[in-house]
Design a protein around this ligand. Sequence first.
Ligand code: PLP
Length: 408
Amino acid sequence: MRHKILSGGAKELSYEIREIVKKADQLKDLGLTIYWENIGDPIQKNSEIPQWMKEIISGLVMDNKSYSYCPSKGNLETRHFLSKLNNARGGAQITADDILFFNGLGDAIAKVYQFIDPTLRVIGPSPAYSTHSSAEAAHANQVPITYKLDPNNHWYPDLDDLYNKVKYNPNIIGILIINPDNPTGMVYPYETLKRIVEIAREFKLMLISDEIYLNITYNGARAYSLAEVIEDLPGIAMKGISKELPWPGSRCGWMEYYNKDKDKEFTKFCAALDNAKMIEVCSTTLPQLAIPKIMGDPRFQPYRKELNERIGRRSKIIADILGEIPELMFNETFGAFYNTIIFREGVLRPDQKLKIDNPEVKKLVESWVEKEDVALDKRFVYYLLASTGICVVPISSFCSDLKGFRIT
Ligand code: PLP
């Protein structure tokens, strides 16, 4: 090649949720049964999409419209429907023009950081769903800038840490919130969100809120959307149907722009995102057509309520079991469907091994931990996988210095 073609930032891209699958598959080939606790795919975790939803979707498969391109920003009727849903919650009001569809929220995340000047930064939580931290850091060709979620305080954001990082880094132009949170299952309290909005106002920042789990809360919790707290500041909420319906295979997610016309720079940024989608033509039509039909169906809310109650019961059981183990730091979850378990200082040591009966499996795992420069929690995850077949994801791969793992 005439030039080095790889961008410097490419090294920041990592997604351990799927990397670990490569390791698990090697063990599966050696006869191990794998229990997939790594990925947040409700269908893989035995959540059946109900028959009535399947009938709506198969009806659309018979409709010529689902075979066609849709408008670049997304199907108009669906955007009307979603804007009404947002507006009914109160707070920042939007129209269909403030919504932009993507092929899954992962696609939206990959795109949102692309049009930010690479010298400017978006600060995000730590730990964080790594698609955000990776995509942002890769674009800036720098390591991620983060504010701490505090395991000693229900995983709530450390607001002093956030304030100081923003204050002393003039290149920060946005704050990312993931609410409810992946990987911690934390739901941002209303007062916390209001304080984050105040910080954004003081330093003239935009807000980005990943709300793919917005309606997955339980055991008395309620998640406040960005629209409900943002007032007149510029912001983007990111939503989708992978978890809520759940239909992760649909690859369908969208952005909602708040106060698009109130800040000139933000107006230009949203226009660039819209324009990029036009170049791409549009996102997948079929799931967009299904959204108003499914979410507008009277069976949808009772179905969701039942699903949330089920996740809530599971969360309580996990909390009862893990709360008893003094070596672990654990917070009961109130949203999404993940649990983050942290080892207390000194619990994990580099000489520890778990018992592995199969000699071939043992040899393979030892080769991984010897060859790779693995963090202590990743080493634990490898041993856990080889010893029990349970496949989880190390917390160090969620943009965090803590040592632990996430289960789904
Ligand atoms: N955002 C968060 C916080 C997620 O947990 C996920 C998937 O796990 C996504 C976005 C990506 O969702 P999608 O399946 O729509 O790409």
